[in-house]
Design a protein around this ligand. Structure first.
Ligand SMILES: Nc1ncnc2c1ncn2[C@@H]1O[C@H](COP(=O)(O)OP(=O)(O)OP(=O)(O)O)[C@@H](O)[C@H]1O
Ligand SMILES: [Mg+2]
Length: 703
């Protein structure tokens, strides 16, 4: 490597191929206008070894000759980090237009953009930035923007031909998230209108033929090879208990394998927290003869600061001369694609993930633990062997891998409630959903359910056209029910409070429960409880935080996560700006008034009237109209069993649970949503009989 500042040839590619030579021989970064730092040259050497680098000239040539390219390259070959910067080079005449690279996951968008900012030797948030929901790390100088697929879709609402971009790179296309699938159809149309726009669709594990056909016979670029090998091991016999097997494998790796960190894939928060605890205990129990470990969880509802800890260094040796410690990460499939966590050498893959499923008949979307696909298994293995050779332990047999796993995971659009998607498509001006060019069209019944939901919420009229209310709802980066509740809140005079509840619902759980202090944490949480439910409990937390001047030490003393609260205030401010734009008034009811809390609860119902359960005489709850037996989730603060209970989520585990619950009154149902609680359209059940009495009472009172 040459020392910075020395005279050198400038045709080594990357930003340096565009670099200008300043007087005195110093190479200048064309993007920032500053001389390159030593770090730039150091990383450049690593980049030059990547398989994608080998083909950079071919890629640039292909971009010049084609509008769309499908690119398939092994995990870790350099797609996500190199292709977007190559695109900058391929399109020198892009003017002020940017390059967008989408990621299905927020943590990937953030961490990859950080890496690329280092590679291009610029500050993150300046020339290279990221944009995820409620967090925009870009600025006026940004030319390369990593973003979640959902954010690009949102931008398309205001900028339907994506004028701000010279190229769009849809990364991890095999994941087939809802947003990526919609972007496929949209961008396909934009490409016709904008011959100058370039599109790259890429992944390590996509069915290239299918994508090429869909994108009008786009050419395929294959990048063979990876930087470091990954050795795969299978279990000889099926494992009965994958959690126990995973922990056992981790302990064995720690005891027997050379230095290197471990990444384990599990299915959800509870399981991951359990595994973290058990693994720490087990390894601590082995005494100080074995090296120390840092055990970390990773799941999407974990506050961002704790998610970022996965990039921390592993602990050092217990004493000089001893082997170094290890980092052990237990993660959901949010770490399955895209991520490079430096130091990960071992991957443990039990072969399961929680997958979204939607049953349009009973309108329930839930997460079910299911076997993963071959593509997922491949991606998981690909998290090892990125910065050195790796090993992947699959806790299933090779026979099961070959014979039982599906090739690809089903596209999310076939497994989801499409309420938000349909609202967004309507806002994008797509009237005819049936003829939209979906790569895989959703089931007609699912589309019908989405139209029905939006019609009940008042977002679509009876002919399926977007109403003014619907158009406003679509502007909020929120579920349609929550957007409706927010838009209705000024009418009930409680928009300030509903805004706070909404912000809290859209930030990670604020309640901390450290292992060593569980009782004190539960007591602290108890002080925020509101008898009428979980929403008002969240509001209590928010108010208490504000009354204590947003103090971090107050948070600490009360077992509240300060980062979550900071995030809640930021989310609240962003939503407030959208409300202001529409001229929606921010009001608070008189705190002394007896209607203070009931108006807030009524307003929840204005959005969630289709998510209500009724307590039957037998003592269990039935969801209204769909008649599913459900129980209050153990996390609820509701101590009494209210006759009517509103809920935000339907959780399917060993039993059906409803989560995030509030007590509401039967009278409010017929007051706020008579169109939905129209008894002509109601199955026979106890709820119907109760409602009949309420209607009767109301008509008597009226006459
Ligand atoms: N944060 C980082 N620290 C160290 N090395 C990194 C980092 N990010 C990327 N790299 C290096 O760059 C390589 C390419 O990463 P990149 O994310 O571009 O791969 P990819 O082809 O997109 O892989 P995948 O299909 O898994 O998303 C990695 O294998 C690793 O060697
Ligand atoms: Mg990638």
């Amino acid at each position: 490597m040459q020392a910075p500042g020395q005279k050198r040839k400038l045709d080594i590619g990357g930003a340096s191929s565009l670099a200008a030579q300043a007087p005195g021989g110093m190479a200048i970064n064309p993007y920032s206008g500053r001389p390159f730092t030593a770090r730039y040259w150091e990383i450049l050497q690593q980049r030059q070894r990547l398989p994608v680098w080998e083909q950079r000239l071919d890629f640039i040539d292909m971009v010049k000759k084609n509008q769309t390219i499908v690119l398939v390259g092994e995990t870790g070959s350099g797609k996500t980090t190199q292709i977007p910067s190559l695109m900058l080079e391929a399109l020198p005449n892009r003017g002020r237009k940017m390059i967008a690279c989408t990621q299905p996951r927020r943590v990937a968008a953030m961490s990859v953009s950080k890496r690329v900012s280092e590679e291009l030797d610029v500050e993150l948030g300046e020339e290279v930035g990221y944009n995820i929901r409620f967090e925009d790390m870009t600025g006026t100088k940004t030319i390369l923007k990593y973003m979640t697929d959902g954010m690009l879709l949102r931008e398309a609402m205001a900028d339907p031909t994506l004028e701000r971009y010279a190229a769009v790179i849809l990364d991890e296309a095999h994941e087939r998230t809802l947003s990526t699938d919609i972007l496929f159809g949209l961008i396909k149309e934009v490409l016709v209108q904008r011959p100058d726009l370039k599109l790259v669709v890429m992944s390590a594990t996509l069915d290239a033929g299918k994508f090429q056909t869909y994108f009008d016979s786009a050419p395929l670029m294959r990048v063979p090879g990876r930087l470091h090998p990954v050795e795969i091991f299978y279990t000889p016999e099926p494992e009965r208990d994958y959690l126990e097997a995973a922990i056992r494998t981790v302990v064995q790796v720690h005891l027997c394998e050379p230095t290197g960190d471990i990444l384990v894939f599990l299915t959800g928060e509870q399981e991951i927290e359990d595994a973290c605890r058990k693994t720490s205990q087990e390894i601590e129990g082995l005494g100080d003869k074995v090296p120390p470990v840092l055990v970390l969880p990773l799941y999407s509802t974990l506050p961002m600061d704790r998610q970022r800890q996965i990039f921390d260094q592993a602990p050092g040796p217990r004493k000089p001369g001893d082997p170094p410690g290890r980092k052990i990460i237990f993660s959901t499939n949010i770490a399955e694609t895209s991520l490079t966590i430096d130091g990960i050498v071992y991957v443990v893959d039990p072969g399961f993930a929680k997958q979204k499923v939607y049953n349009p008949r009973i309108r329930v979307e839930s997460l079910l633990v299911s076997p993963i696909s071959k593509a997922s298994a491949h991606q998981r293995a690909g998290r090892a062997g990125r910065t050195r050779p790796g090993k992947c332990f699959r806790l299933y047999t090779e026979k099961a891998f070959k014979g039982e796993l599906m090739e690809q995971t089903y596209p999310e659009i076939l497994r989801s409630n499409l309420g938000s998607v349909v609202l967004q498509l309507k806002k994008l001006g797509i009237e005819d959903l049936v003829h939209f060019d979906f790569m895989d069209p959703p089931a007609p019944e699912t589309l019908m359910r989405a139209l029905e939901l939006l019609n009940y919420l008042g977002a679509l009229d009876d002919d399926g056209n977007l109403t003014e209310l619907g158009s406003m709802m679509a502007e909020f980066p929120l579920d349609p029910q929550i957007a409706k509740m927010l838009l209705y809140s000024p009418q009930l005079g409680c928009s300030n409070e509903i805004l706070s509840v909404t912000a809290m619902l859209n930030t990670p759980n604020p309640f901390m429960r450290p292992r060593e202090n569980q009782r004190a944490a539960d007591e602290a949480k108890g002080r925020f409880n509101h008898v009428d439910g979980d929403h008002l409990t969240l509001l209590n937390v928010y108010h208490a935080y504000m009354n204590n001047q947003e103090s971090s030490s107050w948070c600490y003393e009360n077992f509240i996560n300060a980062r979550s609260m900071k995030s809640a205030t930021s989310v609240r401010a962003q939503l407030m700006r959208i409300m202001n734009r529409f001229g929606l008034e921010l009001k608070s009811p008189d705190f002394q008034s007896k209607d203070y809390y009931s108006n807030i609860r009524k307003c929840l119902l204005a959005g969630f009237f289709m998510q209500v359960a009724h307590l039957e005489r037998t003592g269990h709850y039935l969801t209204v109209k769909d008649n599913q037996v459900v129980a209050l989730h153990p996390s609820t603060v509701l101590q009494h069993k209210p006759e009517w209970c509103l809920y935000n989520e339907f959780v399917l585990t060993s039993k059906n649970y409803i989560r995030m619950c509030s007590d509401i009154k039967g009278d409010w149902l017929i007051e706020l949503a008579p169109h939905y609680y129209d008894l002509k359209n109601f199955p026979q059940c106890e709820a119907k009989r109760t409602l009949e009495r309420l209607y009767l009472k109301k008509s008597r009172a009226g006459s």
